[in-house]
Design a binder for this molecule. Structure first.
Ligand code: HCB
Length: 216
């Protein structure tokens, strides 16, 4: 089977909400020498994107998305240890990762957190539905160190509170103590410029590259 066929199988297993099929396709990808990052970015995540488009077009409904998300999580259980093996540096700094308030989409957030951990960041994972107050408190607790804030928002509504994160950092005199990277499907480079954050990234692999650049 060609590499592209293996990646297509990963994508299709997610679209078909086939949990066992996703697990088998993930194992097959690793056995064929495909890296965990490629399996995610060029296979599984593409499937999730198509699932989202189908949901938007009312071709599928929430229970089906949940099954696809379960399949994605099953694949991540296999791939996370592989990502950790690719560990690069140590002591790069601390990444405080979170999903913005009102938002429970955590698949991309967990991927990005894992990739940053694999690239030498100490991860403080605040989880999902995190208020700006909690974020500010965590920054205060760790002030003085090299801190990167890594926020995810998958909905246009939750993305709005990224603007408030930046405003609250400024009000508390903390904006210069941290670098701020935001991501998630609705986040654009223009949005990052508009709210005066530092960076964004399309996927977890790019997030790691960008994060390392920000900490230099
Ligand atoms: Co959900 N959902 N959902 N959903 N959902 C979206 C996000 C929509 C876009 C679907 C659509 O309409 N097309 C939509 C949001 C519309 C909008 O606001 N523009 C939507 C909606 C509306 C909702 C509900 C409101 C539905 C309802 O209840 N009626 C509800 C909201 C719940 C809530 O949060 N309060 C809901 C629920 C769900 C679940 C629970 C069924 C499930 C989440 C399961 C879970 O996460 N544990 C779900 C899912 C899975 C999706 C889609 C299909 C996939 C998201 C995903 O996991 N993608 C999504 C469609 C889409 O995104 N196009 C849909 C795969 C990961 C790998 O990609 O983009 O999350 P990612 O992360 C990437 C990338 O963005 C980047 O790297 C990651 C890894 O490559 N990145 C960063 C992420 N964070 C970063 C941070 C950085 O600093 C840098 C880079």
């Amino acid at each position: 089977m060609s590499k592209q066929e293996i990646l297509d199988n990963l994508r299709d297993a997610i679209i078909k909400q086939n949990i066992n099929g996703t697990v088998e396709a993930t194992k097959a990808a690793l056995a064929a020498g495909i890296s965990a990052v490629e399996a995610i970015d060029d296979g599984l995540a593409m499937g999730m994107k198509i699932v989202g488009d189908k949901f938007e077009a009312a071709e599928i409904y929430l229970p089906q998305i949940m099954m696809s998300a379960k399949a994605m999580n099953a694949a991540m259980e296999i791939l996370t240890p592989e990502l950790a093996k690719e560990k690069a540096g140590e002591g790069v700094g601390m990444a405080i990762t979170f999903v913005q308030e009102g938002d429970i989409h955590d698949i991309g957030h967990r991927l990005v957190s894992t990739m940053l951990g694999a690239n030498g960041f100490k991860i403080v994972d605040l989880g999902v539905d995190v208020s700006n107050e909690t974020i500010i408190e965590e920054v205060k607790k760790n002030k003085g160190g090299k801190i990167l804030l890594v926020g995810s928002a998958l909905m246009t509504t939750s993305m709005m509170s990224q603007k408030d994160t930046i405003e609250m950092l400024k009000e508390e005199g903390l904006r210069d103590s941290v670098k701020v990277m935001f991501g998630g499907a609705p986040v654009t480079k223009q949005w990052i410029t508009d709210i005066q954050a530092d960076a964004t990234a399309e996927n977890a692999a790019e997030a790691a590259r960008v994060a390392l650049g920000l900490m230099k």
